[in-house]
Design a protein around this ligand. Sequence first.
Ligand code: C2O
Ligand code: CU
Length: 470
Amino acid sequence: MLPLTRRNLLKSAAVGGAYASGIALAPGITRALASATADPLLLEAYGLTATIDGKAPSDGVMSYRTVASPADVAPPVLRARRGEPFSVRFENLLQEPTTVHWHGLRIANAMDGVPFLTQPYVYPGDGFDYAFTPPDAGTFWYHPHCNTLTQIGRGLAGMLVVEDPNDPVFDGEIALNLRDWRLGGNSQFIEQFKARDAAKAGTFGTVRTANWQVEPSYDAPAGGLIRLRLLASDVTRIFNLKLTGGDAVVVAIDGQPVPSVIPLDTVVISPGQRLDLVLRMPDDEGATVAIEDIRPSTPKTVARLRAVGTSLKRSLGDVPPLTANPQAEPDLSAAIEVPLVLSATAEQAAKDSICGSLGYSFWAINKVPYPGDSADPMAPLAEMKLGRTYVFNLENVTPHAHPIHLHGMNFKVLSSSTRKVQPLVSDTYLVLPDEKVQLAVVADNPGDWVLHCHIIEHQKTGMTSFVRVV
Ligand code: C2O
Ligand code: CU
């Protein structure tokens, strides 16, 4: 391999074809798909029995598979290319309706996967054709938007990598899908939520995994630069990640390259969020880097990387910036404000729905708890004019943090009442207790777009609504 100079790093991954050769990557990666062919990729949702806790098989697990990933039980890492058409023929082999939502992708509304708002349910035995051209490169993910606490809770959450032809070439790439499972001592699923926890920070899992394994270990070249793509796909957990034994820089958050270097210890990733790091492996063969969640209540090593081979002697100083994604600049001089107050509610709005209801309403946006998926949805939070800039004034009047996710469009973080913020472009913002935050949104994608808390119990007990762009 060539010495990793800035120039070589900048060589296109598209030309090189592969990210790294000769090293073992995460299972999802080795069978990753070179996409963007004219043929749609067949993606199936199915039920299975799988060993998650390392002890005994769990029944009632749900996953996705493609023909290229028959041996993996965890959903495959799908790969698409920025600016190139990508199409998926989705088939539902589950016993219940579902849909697929492409989290973080700014694509046509009809492809967004939200029952009633953008598409009908995909019933058992039925399918749906998803086709879009990703405008942004980066780390994204796919998951259902139907009966989500059960379906994501039981496994339906996979990573979607959108490559940029100008992506720097690293010595390896590892994707880690971080999530928990609610399993009992007999390895079987237990009640996915407790109402009293849903009304607080959410119900936590009992088994913590990366790529569906408890504390897996991956080999990576000693002294090499590794692109680590992390996804917090858990329905509840917020992570404060730390690396022990290796150094890293944050190069992207929520798929979007960061404008300047952000130290890892200042970043928190909450349900739905992604973090791209460039990690410099230790020089000594056999040395390990531990990826740890140091959140005080629940510290845990989530995965390890082991250095193999003779040191490649790279330097973190050689990491070139990623190419920014195209993003319309907000016009703040003519921006229209949209107040969005996140609160608890005593009002009962929960309606039964084919896509599952938890039967409770605990949360609201602008005092209105979302009743659930319905053919007759409530009015949008705002009607936005195509092309105009809006400022979402989010105010969290609850004692809990809420990762608020907007479909179909990105926002730029303008300011916060409680912390210094970077002007990050993103699709998910973790609003802390008592925080007021201003997010600028250019309404550049027509349609009805859901906005909700990505702590799924909060989403399913009222903290959901939508905006309309016309
Ligand atoms: Cu991860 Cu409504 O989305
Ligand atoms: Cu929430």
